[in-house]
Design a binder for this molecule. Sequence first.
Ligand SMILES: [Zn+2]
Length: 140
Amino acid sequence: MVMKKTKLRKRKGLSRRSKGTIGTLKEKLWIVFSVYIRNRDKKCVTCGGGAENAGHYIHNTERLSCYGGNELWYSEQNINAQCVRCNKWKSGNLTKYAEYLESVYGQGILQELRKKYLLPKKWKREELQELLERYKNLNE
Ligand SMILES: [Zn+2]
């Protein structure tokens, strides 16, 4: 009985710690990833304006939560440079965004992204770490 309690406490402690670490990793990764995207595109993909934001085609409002998630969180296809006007004021300027994606990736890309969006994915610490290193290097 006593051993069980200890085990339980240990497990709780571990999950609390890993929660924090993964959350921090996701935030760090988002920062370097969005820099990479803005450098890659150099201008707003939906109007040709400035590349102030990394804008989602399909939004992931739950990106910073520790659990859940999907394949699109750090997708180079789903996330592209946008100006503040298109990303914020025009909520992504999605009609133009769809046209842009189809012109770059071809017909079917929207369905493909939708499919990935619906595919649950639990991001692992190692994966996030790897991506963080990858985009850090690419940004140098
Ligand atoms: Zn724009």
